[in-house]
Design a protein around this ligand. Structure first.
Ligand code: PGA
Length: 251
């Protein structure tokens, strides 16, 4: 199980350090559950310093595919690694929606992250109208296909996929456990076609979209749900801690 907090564009220096300390406490007895936090870029150095020897891993929320150069405002994989990042969230629906990020760009970023030894948390998920018209699997299959195109990995730990139905993100609406399980199984099948059975069996497929302490148990106990990508609730240490606890109970 992996429980990852996506802080999005929230916190600043003081509150980020405070939240990090609280998460470290919540995560201290969480083994075997893996815990990660993904603060905004300017706070990564500070948060990494606060994490010291903690078992909580650090992630970023985006990166560029180039090594370096004239890309004002962008961040490279080596920059993220130099400040202690293990993970990088890629293709989040907010980036696709508000920053016009395309499947092709996500694909380049995923390749770069893997080459550099960062673990991409690749986000996929359908919009409400796509689910209403029964196209959710088609949409997700397309996103997964692009994101993994030309990728080879030796271990199931090299990639994480997060299924985040867009209609459930930040809305308080959650996929039912059955909807989540159905899609996670479908995604695992897609991964199996590309990477083979044993690798697909071990890959973490996270659910994201309004996960909270109340719905976490039903979602995390689904067979193919291997953790959560948590937005809003990751900013509340008690809620995040409770979700970590639930993950521990069901793993
Ligand atoms: P949410 O966000 O938990 O606030 O719905 C999840 C995400 O966007 O990763």
């Amino acid at each position: 199980m992996l429980i990852a907090g996506n802080w999005k564009m929230n916190t600043e220096a003081n509150s980020a350090v405070e939240l990090t300390h609280e998460v470290m406490q919540q995560a201290s007895e969480a083994s075997p559950v893996l815990v990660a936090i993904c603060p905004p870029d300017p706070l990564l150095v500070l948060v990494n310093r606060s994490l010291k020897e903690s078992r909580v891993r650090l992630g970023a929320q985006n990166m560029h595919w180039a090594d370096s150069g004239a890309f004002t405002g962008e961040t490279s994989s080596s920059m993220l690694q130099s400040v202690g990042c293990h993970y990088v969230i890629l293709g989040h629906s907010e980036r696709r929606q508000y920053f016009a990020e395309t499947d092709q760009e996500v694909s380049k970023k995923v390749k770069k992250a893997i080459q550099s030894g960062l673990i991409p948390i690749i986000c996929v998920g359908e919009k409400l109208d796509q689910r209403k018209s029964g196209k959710e699997q088609e949409v997700v299959a397309h996103q997964v296909k692009y994101a993994l195109e030309g990728i080879t990995v030796k271990s199931s730990n090299a990639v994480v996929i997060a299924y985040e139905p867009v209609w459930a993100i930040g809305t308080g609406e959650t996929a039912t456990p059955e909807q989540a399980q159905e899609m996670h199984l479908f995604i695992r099948g897609l991964v199996e076609k590309q990477f083979g059975n044993s690798l697909a069996a071990g890959i973490h497929i996270l659910y994201g979209g309004s996960m909270n302490p109340t719905n976490a148990k039903d979602l995390l106990s689904q067979r193919d749900v291997n953790g959560g990508l948590i937005g809003g609730a990751s900013l509340k240490p008690d809620s995040f801690g409770q979700i970590i606890q639930v993950a521990k109970e069901v793993s």
